[in-house]
Design a protein around this ligand. Sequence first.
Ligand code: ADP
Length: 530
Amino acid sequence: AESEDAALAARMQALLARVFGHARFRGPQAEIVAHVARGGDALVLMPTGGGKSLCYQLPALLREGVGVVISPLIALMEDQVAALRENGVAAAALHSGIAPEEAESIERATREGRVKLLYCAPERLQTRRFLELLDALAAQGAIALFAIDEAHCVWQWGHDFRPDYLHLAMLPARYPRVPRIALTATADAAAREEIAARLALHEARRFITSFDRPNLFYAAERKRGDGRAQLLAFLRRQPEGGGIVYCLSRGKTEKLARWLNERGIPALPYHAGLTHEVRERHQRRFLAEDGLVMTATIAFGMGIDKPDVRFVAHLDLPRSLEGYYQETGRAGRDGEPAQAHLLWSGEDAVWHRHMIETSDMLPEQKEMAHRRLDTLVDMVAGTGCRRQAILAYFGETVGPCGRCDRCLAPVRPWEATDAARKALSTVYRTGQRYGAAHLIDVLRGHATEAVVRRGHDRVSTYGLGVDLPVETWQAVFDELLLRGRLSIDFERHRALMLTPRARPLLRGEEPFFLALPRATPKGSARGATA
Ligand code: ADP
């Protein structure tokens, strides 16, 4: 067995160099390749850019027959096939974009053993025609392996859920002798178990790589206004290279691209509402040109292999920590320093909650979506190391990283319980009908025409907040919105309203902490009853 191991290792090394042009395996790649090449099942959890493709491509080359790769996206398949062919590997893809005659010729080539890696969409494994082809191959022992790429698509609560992935659970019963390898960059502990269960990968060996992206610098800042000025300042600090700015809406990506171009920063929009040609053209330019900014919705990214993306910025709060991690993971895949810069507002979080509540999701799906949002809110509102918070979500424990805004400029948790209660109480006493600007006028005892006309100079919290500057009150309101203690009535002049989660805070049963820069003077909301 030892000489067998040595022979396998030698063959692996030779193929790695000859076909892929790499000098050595990265991380757990060698172990995974050897395990699958010997016929074992594997569940591979590896961050984006970790080098997952090689983990199934190389064993397919080492084994008899064709490696069948299930992949959710045509663009992803096409990229992989093109790269493999360039390296001299007989690869092909079967998907809805392939003309019937071409599909037929690919099937024939596969039957005749002239295809080494065959990519296909999950739907294809439910067509009789394709299953008959696989059956014929399996009978001759001519299927090298099944690779299930982007395996999190089987996770029903995930945002990339594809019902067709559920049918892949039939593979081990129908093809018991063919090893399977499932790969994903997405995996909190719960998702991990569900993926293994749904794909019937009970015996599969698990390969879990650290999700840390040491070359990414994480930062998050509260938006002032629409955040554009802060974004511009951030972009101007990026000396070279292109990047992505994620926005929540299609319209916003287009307006932002125009606005950036007017300020001398070349930018292109990308979203699912653009025609195929425009998307294609913008994507090509982004890949080819240096220093281009893609203003995009989350439609942009999966399967984009541009190793030198220097930054990923978010002009709006994403939906979950998982999504945020995926999106920022597109920066710095070449291992060189890159920036992940998040701009957030409380209103973004309120908007997500509103979208969840008004969606047609089932109650438990809504519950899940709220929880997913809260994982991100906790990271953003937290006072500690960002990387620590992100990796904790993936079940990893690390020390403070020294490469995030919190580590570079530590904040002092400020107990803002009194300020928060005054803010909530002012919302309540003025009838839950006003925005933050007016409420801050009331709190700071600012007798504006509107305050006097509405009699708000007579509410009991009038002037109670004079000791704190407007900026601080804005931060308090924003954090209350972010953390779901306040909501916004989008139908009624965007008035601030209390939520059920505000109750414990109002009753004084719960403390409220804010992150303030350590340098700020010891101004406190306590004893403000002047
Ligand atoms: P993933 O699918 O995990 O996001 P890929 O398989 O696309 O990652 O690989 C990411 C990049 O890393 C690719 O450019 C690939 O060529 C490169 N890569 C993979 N394995 C190695 C290796 N052993 N040595 C050097 N580069 C590698």
